[in-house]
Design a protein around this ligand. Sequence first.
Ligand SMILES: CC(C)(COP(=O)(O)OP(=O)(O)OC[C@H]1O[C@@H](n2cnc3c(N)ncnc32)[C@H](O)[C@@H]1OP(=O)(O)O)[C@@H](O)C(=O)NCCC(=O)NCCS
Length: 192
Amino acid sequence: MSLTDAPSRRIEVREVRPEELPWVRELAVRSVIHGIPGSRDIPATEVQRRARQAFGDLEDAFRTDPGFRILVAVDLDRPLGYLMLDLAHREASTGETQALIRDLAVEPAAWGSQAVHALVRQAARLAHQHGLRYLVGEVTAANRRPLVVAQRLGFVIERHQIAVQCGPEGLLPMPERPSEDHGASSLENCHE
Ligand SMILES: CC(C)(COP(=O)(O)OP(=O)(O)OC[C@H]1O[C@@H](n2cnc3c(N)ncnc32)[C@H](O)[C@@H]1OP(=O)(O)O)[C@@H](O)C(=O)NCCC(=O)NCCS
């Protein structure tokens, strides 16, 4: 690999500090809309409400689960993005323990800053230190930015998720995201 392995000049990656957890939670809730498949009509506000609940116990997981890590990319101590890592994930088909990127986001103002590359590289090093051979993640098909980044870094697509709507007579086409949805304008970022 070429450009993607060039060291970032100012960006450092380290473990999250407890006082940064509220920022992680807030960025996670803001970013969750990028993961909604374009084929679902659930309102973005509902997804964010659920995310707020799910990330509510972040602090607990952080304190009690040694396999759950949060890495933060910082530029002169200013947090740019985070990566949540599960070091005890099991691949469903092979049973191998591997590292899973549970969540990943960079502040929109820092998109293009290489923070994501630094985060993923550090996650891979950490996984290797724990004796793990693979680092995996899930990316929503319509969310082009992480897909482009992942492929540039050398990730391959291992699996496709398929979905259809169920009706009284059997299969129905999937709905689409409502254009009047509040989250739609933010969602455009992930289709750009
Ligand atoms: C995903 C994320 C971490 C990537 O970080 P980033 O700093 O935006 O990534 P980069 O800018 O380095 O790279 C994204 C690339 O995708 C390109 N891109 C964006 N939309 C694209 C599209 N529709 N088709 C092709 N390429 C596209 C960008 O132009 C950029 O390439 P460039 O460097 O040649 O300009 C960040 O966008 C983010 O936090 N997104 C919201 C949360 C999210 O989606 N998390 C991922 C969950 S899996």
